[in-house]
Design a protein around this ligand. Structure first.
Ligand code: HEC
Length: 155
Protein backbone atom coordinates (compact mmCIF):
# COMPACT_ATOMS: atom_id res chain seq x y z
CA UNK A 1 0.00 0.00 0.00
CA UNK A 2 1.29 3.50 -0.86
CA UNK A 3 2.57 5.67 1.96
CA UNK A 4 0.18 8.50 2.88
CA UNK A 5 1.54 11.98 2.11
CA UNK A 6 3.01 14.21 4.83
CA UNK A 7 0.06 16.57 4.55
CA UNK A 8 -2.45 13.73 4.83
CA UNK A 9 -0.73 12.42 7.97
CA UNK A 10 -0.61 15.89 9.44
CA UNK A 11 -4.33 16.55 8.90
CA UNK A 12 -5.13 14.39 11.93
CA UNK A 13 -3.25 16.87 14.11
CA UNK A 14 -5.37 19.84 13.01
CA UNK A 15 -8.30 19.13 15.31
CA UNK A 16 -6.13 20.12 18.29
CA UNK A 17 -3.05 21.94 16.93
CA UNK A 18 -4.99 23.93 14.29
CA UNK A 19 -4.85 24.00 10.49
CA UNK A 20 -1.25 23.42 9.36
CA UNK A 21 -0.18 23.45 13.01
CA UNK A 22 -1.24 27.03 13.74
CA UNK A 23 -3.04 26.79 17.05
CA UNK A 24 -5.61 29.27 18.15
CA UNK A 25 -6.56 27.18 21.14
CA UNK A 26 -5.43 28.82 24.38
CA UNK A 27 -3.98 25.63 25.88
CA UNK A 28 -2.42 23.80 22.91
CA UNK A 29 0.88 24.70 21.27
CA UNK A 30 1.44 25.47 17.62
CA UNK A 31 3.66 23.08 15.67
CA UNK A 32 4.91 25.58 13.09
CA UNK A 33 8.57 26.49 12.71
CA UNK A 34 9.81 23.86 15.15
CA UNK A 35 12.75 21.99 13.68
CA UNK A 36 12.16 18.58 12.16
CA UNK A 37 14.50 17.02 14.75
CA UNK A 38 12.63 18.60 17.64
CA UNK A 39 9.29 17.36 16.30
CA UNK A 40 10.49 13.82 15.56
CA UNK A 41 12.16 13.52 18.97
CA UNK A 42 9.04 14.81 20.73
CA UNK A 43 6.84 12.27 18.94
CA UNK A 44 9.29 9.43 19.67
CA UNK A 45 9.46 10.45 23.34
CA UNK A 46 5.65 10.40 23.58
CA UNK A 47 5.52 7.03 21.84
CA UNK A 48 8.08 5.54 24.24
CA UNK A 49 6.35 7.15 27.26
CA UNK A 50 9.51 9.15 27.97
CA UNK A 51 7.68 12.48 27.96
CA UNK A 52 4.69 13.05 30.20
CA UNK A 53 1.48 13.50 28.33
CA UNK A 54 -2.29 13.56 28.66
CA UNK A 55 -3.11 12.50 25.10
CA UNK A 56 -0.09 12.62 22.77
CA UNK A 57 1.33 9.32 24.02
CA UNK A 58 -1.83 7.59 22.77
CA UNK A 59 -2.04 9.52 19.49
CA UNK A 60 1.50 8.76 18.30
CA UNK A 61 1.31 5.03 19.03
CA UNK A 62 -0.23 4.54 15.58
CA UNK A 63 2.71 6.03 13.66
CA UNK A 64 6.11 4.61 12.67
CA UNK A 65 9.48 6.39 12.40
CA UNK A 66 9.12 7.01 8.65
CA UNK A 67 5.78 8.69 9.28
CA UNK A 68 7.27 10.78 12.12
CA UNK A 69 9.88 11.99 9.61
CA UNK A 70 7.19 13.00 7.12
CA UNK A 71 5.09 14.75 9.76
CA UNK A 72 8.18 16.48 11.21
CA UNK A 73 9.20 17.68 7.74
CA UNK A 74 5.70 18.99 7.05
CA UNK A 75 5.33 21.05 10.23
CA UNK A 76 8.92 22.34 10.19
CA UNK A 77 8.13 23.93 6.83
CA UNK A 78 5.01 25.72 8.06
CA UNK A 79 5.54 29.41 8.71
CA UNK A 80 5.66 31.23 12.03
CA UNK A 81 2.17 31.92 13.13
CA UNK A 82 0.52 34.85 14.78
CA UNK A 83 -2.28 33.89 17.06
CA UNK A 84 -5.21 36.14 17.83
CA UNK A 85 -4.10 39.25 19.66
CA UNK A 86 -3.74 38.58 23.35
CA UNK A 87 -4.31 41.09 26.08
CA UNK A 88 -1.41 41.42 28.49
CA UNK A 89 -0.19 43.42 31.43
CA UNK A 90 2.66 45.77 30.51
CA UNK A 91 4.36 45.50 33.91
CA UNK A 92 4.30 41.68 33.80
CA UNK A 93 5.58 41.72 30.22
CA UNK A 94 8.57 43.83 31.30
CA UNK A 95 9.30 41.64 34.32
CA UNK A 96 8.92 38.47 32.22
CA UNK A 97 11.31 39.82 29.60
CA UNK A 98 13.97 40.37 32.27
CA UNK A 99 13.51 36.85 33.69
CA UNK A 100 13.65 35.35 30.22
CA UNK A 101 16.85 37.23 29.41
CA UNK A 102 18.51 36.22 32.68
CA UNK A 103 17.58 32.56 32.85
CA UNK A 104 16.44 31.23 29.50
CA UNK A 105 17.77 33.29 26.61
CA UNK A 106 20.96 31.22 26.31
CA UNK A 107 18.85 28.33 24.99
CA UNK A 108 15.64 30.05 23.85
CA UNK A 109 17.42 32.87 22.00
CA UNK A 110 15.98 36.01 20.42
CA UNK A 111 12.75 35.87 22.36
CA UNK A 112 12.55 32.14 21.59
CA UNK A 113 11.87 32.60 17.89
CA UNK A 114 14.84 30.65 16.53
CA UNK A 115 14.11 27.24 15.02
CA UNK A 116 17.82 26.30 14.93
CA UNK A 117 17.99 26.44 18.74
CA UNK A 118 16.42 22.94 18.65
CA UNK A 119 14.31 23.74 21.70
CA UNK A 120 10.59 24.43 21.71
CA UNK A 121 9.62 27.86 20.43
CA UNK A 122 7.95 29.93 23.11
CA UNK A 123 7.07 32.96 20.99
CA UNK A 124 3.65 33.01 19.44
CA UNK A 125 2.02 30.60 21.85
CA UNK A 126 -0.98 31.57 23.95
CA UNK A 127 -0.15 32.97 27.39
CA UNK A 128 -2.41 30.40 29.03
CA UNK A 129 -0.55 27.54 27.31
CA UNK A 130 2.75 28.98 28.55
CA UNK A 131 1.40 29.31 32.06
CA UNK A 132 0.11 25.72 32.20
CA UNK A 133 3.37 24.41 30.73
CA UNK A 134 5.42 26.18 33.42
CA UNK A 135 3.11 24.89 36.15
CA UNK A 136 3.55 21.34 34.78
CA UNK A 137 7.35 21.74 34.75
CA UNK A 138 7.45 23.15 38.25
CA UNK A 139 5.15 20.64 39.93
CA UNK A 140 7.03 17.79 38.23
CA UNK A 141 4.20 16.52 36.03
CA UNK A 142 6.39 17.31 33.02
CA UNK A 143 10.11 16.50 33.06
CA UNK A 144 12.45 19.39 32.48
CA UNK A 145 15.49 18.96 30.29
CA UNK A 146 18.62 18.89 32.53
CA UNK A 147 19.86 22.34 31.49
CA UNK A 148 16.48 23.90 32.16
CA UNK A 149 16.21 22.25 35.56
CA UNK A 150 19.52 23.77 36.60
CA UNK A 151 18.50 27.28 35.52
CA UNK A 152 15.04 27.02 37.03
CA UNK A 153 16.42 26.22 40.46
CA UNK A 154 18.00 29.67 40.53
CA UNK A 155 14.83 31.35 39.32
C1 HEC B 1 -6.71 15.40 20.76
C2 HEC B 1 -5.83 16.56 20.67
C3 HEC B 1 -4.49 16.38 19.97
C4 HEC B 1 -4.25 15.85 18.71
C5 HEC B 1 -5.25 15.26 17.71
C6 HEC B 1 -2.82 15.99 18.50
N1 HEC B 1 -2.22 16.57 19.58
FE1 HEC B 1 -0.24 17.00 19.82
N2 HEC B 1 -0.57 17.71 21.66
C7 HEC B 1 -1.80 17.73 22.31
C8 HEC B 1 -1.61 18.08 23.69
C9 HEC B 1 -2.71 18.23 24.73
C10 HEC B 1 -0.23 18.27 23.88
C11 HEC B 1 0.53 18.53 25.21
C12 HEC B 1 1.04 17.16 25.71
C13 HEC B 1 -0.07 16.27 26.23
O1 HEC B 1 -0.74 16.65 27.21
O2 HEC B 1 -0.30 15.16 25.68
C14 HEC B 1 0.39 18.06 22.58
C15 HEC B 1 1.75 18.21 22.35
C16 HEC B 1 2.36 17.97 21.12
C17 HEC B 1 3.76 18.21 20.83
C18 HEC B 1 4.78 18.85 21.73
C19 HEC B 1 4.91 20.33 21.33
C20 HEC B 1 6.06 21.04 21.95
O3 HEC B 1 6.11 22.27 21.78
O4 HEC B 1 6.95 20.44 22.54
C21 HEC B 1 3.97 17.79 19.55
C22 HEC B 1 5.28 17.81 18.78
C23 HEC B 1 2.70 17.31 19.04
N3 HEC B 1 1.74 17.45 20.02
C24 HEC B 1 2.53 16.82 17.76
C25 HEC B 1 1.32 16.34 17.28
C26 HEC B 1 1.16 15.74 15.99
C27 HEC B 1 2.28 15.60 14.98
C28 HEC B 1 -0.15 15.35 15.88
C29 HEC B 1 -0.81 14.61 14.75
C30 HEC B 1 -0.19 13.40 14.34
C31 HEC B 1 -0.82 15.74 17.12
N4 HEC B 1 0.11 16.33 17.95
C32 HEC B 1 -2.16 15.54 17.37
C33 HEC B 1 -3.03 17.44 21.73
C34 HEC B 1 -3.21 16.83 20.50
Amino acid sequence: MAMPSAQMLSCTCASCHGTNGVSNAPVISSLTDLSKNYLVEAMQAYKNDERSSTIMNRIVKGYNDKEFELIGEFFSEQKMHSIDKQSYDNAKEKAGKKLHKKYYSSCHSEGSTVTDDEVGLLAGNAALFMKYSLVDFHDGSRDMPKKMKKKSKKC
